[in-house]
Structures are given as structure tokens and as C-alpha cells.
Design a protein around this ligand. Structure first.
Ligand code: FES
Length: 162
């Protein structure tokens, strides 16, 4: 197990379950990448090689999937990941105003890390929290954007993260 840095014992256990379920090893790539993403919030480059080695599938197959699916792209390496929903209820809830404030306070832009490496902002599809539109996530924490009435309340939320 020490052979791998990102494939920890718990992830390997999950992969073994996937391998039992799926008839071929390629089908285990996506669920494996989800496990890594859940744990590290990113798919580090070395993890791609580890997945390939463990599943005995070509590196290009794993890389192809990481590149194809937006959610797997290893572009986010900021310390905190802000995901703002842009679907209709959140659009009507004025997510753009919220986004503007977040951009102003973090210095990040959509799809780009902030210069201090602290923030990464991503616009996403419905996150299943339409009742609190505009909804957004900071890492795994869900927030109700409609309760953020001014910059100060947003600043206080952002200050919770290092
Ligand atoms: S539309 Fe934004 S959370 Fe569902």
C-alpha cells in the first residue's frame, strides 16, 4: 500500500469493491477518480499514474477521462474552492451579484486561482439547494446566498477559511 501516495488504504478498499462490480477494469476508472476527488478535492497528476498502475489500464485512458470531464480537471489547486450555482433559480436569485462580491473580496476570477493561492471560483450546475438560491459552496460548506446582504457578511464567511 505504501507504494502509493494518493491511493490510500480506504480508497483501495473502495476500488476493490468497484472491481468486483464492474466486468472490466476501465469501468472502475471514473468511480476511482471520484474517490480521489472527494478526498483531495483535486486529481493530482501523480494520482493519474497511480490509478493507471493500480487498475492496470493505460495512463492515457485515465488522463483522457480527467481531461474530458470538467469536474476532474486538475486546474484547481487553490486552498479553498468556491462553487456558485448558475442555474435558473439561482440566476433569479441574482447569483451574479453574489459572484461579483466574491470576486471583489477574494481577488480570484472564475476558473482562475486568486493571486495568493487561497481561492478558486467555479460556476456549477444545480447543487440541489434551489430553496436557498443563490446557493454556493465553499469546499463542503453550503451557504444561502440570499442571506448575504452586504459585503461585510460575506467577508465574515470568507474569513473562516485559511
Ligand atoms: S438551481 Fe441553484 S441550487 Fe439548484
Amino acid at each position: 500500500m505504501d507504494k502509493y501516495r494518493f491511493l490510500t488504504e480506504d480508497i483501495i478498499l473502495k476500488i476493490s469493491e468497484y472491481l468486483e462490480k464492474f466486468p472490466n477494469r476501465e469501468q472502475a476508472i471514473i468511480p476511482t477518480l471520484h474517490e480521489i476527488l472527494n478526498k483531495y478535492r483535486d486529481i493530482p497528476e501523480d494520482a493519474v499514474f497511480e490509478v493507471s498502475d493500480f487498475l492496470k489500464v493505460p495512463v492515457s485512458d485515465v488522463e483522457g477521462i480527467v481531461t474530458f470531464y470538467d469536474m476532474f480537471r486538475n486546474k484547481k489547486n487553490a486552498r479553498n474552492h468556491i462553487r456558485i450555482c448558475r442555474n435558473l433559480p439561482c440566476h433569479l436569485g441574482r447569483y451574479k451579484d453574489l459572484l461579483e462580491r466574491i470576486i471583489k473580496l477574494t481577488g480570484a476570477e472564475v476558473g482562475k486561482n486568486s493571486p495568493d493561492g487561497k481561492w478558486y471560483i467555479e460556476l456549477v450546475e444545480c447543487i440541489g439547494s434551489c430553496a436557498i438560491a443563490p446557493a454556493f459552496l465553499i469546499n463542503d460548506d453550503l451557504y444561502d446566498g440570499s442571506r448575504i446582504k452586504d459585503e461585510d457578511s460575506l467577508r465574515k464567511i470568507l474569513e473562516r477559511y485559511s
